[in-house]
Design a protein. Structure first.
Length: 194
């Protein structure tokens, strides 16, 4: 089994090195960054399963970085902080945090939170993919309905007959029905169409 790939970001290089070493001993593949800019560069060229971010860093905060990582790379985050202020925790949660741990944290004690965050990230990715598939299916269905309507109007036939006509044309042309319907609707919507 491929070990989960973690992006660990902390501006304290000692914490970064010791935490990364401990996580590697637990079987994770860990890439480190000592700031937001480096983390963003790494995320644009490599693939990670989870980001573990220190909250208080110069330049961008961990919460701001987490927001950018999710928006640009669909990379979800678990947050670390030496401070446990309610406002920080609330802000991290609002930005989509999959967890929040207070430093210092022994890497072995981080493991349950990391595993829970990884599972939650997989669930969220699966939901997002289901949503994309549903949106595609609805768009296809909408175009098919529009194409059926066009054929009904042009040929003055019933809905069932129009659908069967389109299905027969798709078969004859060895094309997917959805592609044929999309082309028909697009042709109908072109300004040069009579």
């Amino acid at each position: 089994m491929i070990p989960p790939r973690l992006l660990l970001v902390d501006d304290d290089r000692l914490v970064l090195a010791t935490t990364a070493a401990g996580l590697r001993l637990l079987g994770y593949e860990v890439t480190t960054a000592d700031g937001s800019e480096q983390a963003l560069r790494l995320a644009s060229t490599e693939s990670f399963d989870l980001a573990i971010l220190d909250i208080r860093m110069p330049s961008l905060s961990g919460v701001e970085l987490g927001h950018l990582l999710e928006r640009r790379h669909r990379l979800r985050s678990l947050f670390l902080s030496a401070f446990g202020e309610r406002a920080e925790v609330t802000q991290a949660i609002r930005q989509g945090a999959l967890g929040y741990l207070r430093k210092p944290v022994d890497p072995a004690h981080m493991m349950p939170a990391i595993e829970a965050a990884l599972a939650r990230a997989r669930d969220l990715d699966a939901l997002a993919e289901s949503k994309r598939q549903l949106e595609r299916a609805l768009a296809e269905q909408r175009r098919t309905s529009m194409a059926v309507g066009i054929v009904m109007s042009q040929r003055r036939i019933s809905e069932t007959a129009a659908f069967e006509h389109l299905r027969g044309e798709a078969r004859k042309q060895r094309r997917k029905l959805s592609e044929l319907c999309s082309d028909l609707v697009a042709a109908q919507q072109r300004p040069d169409h009579d």
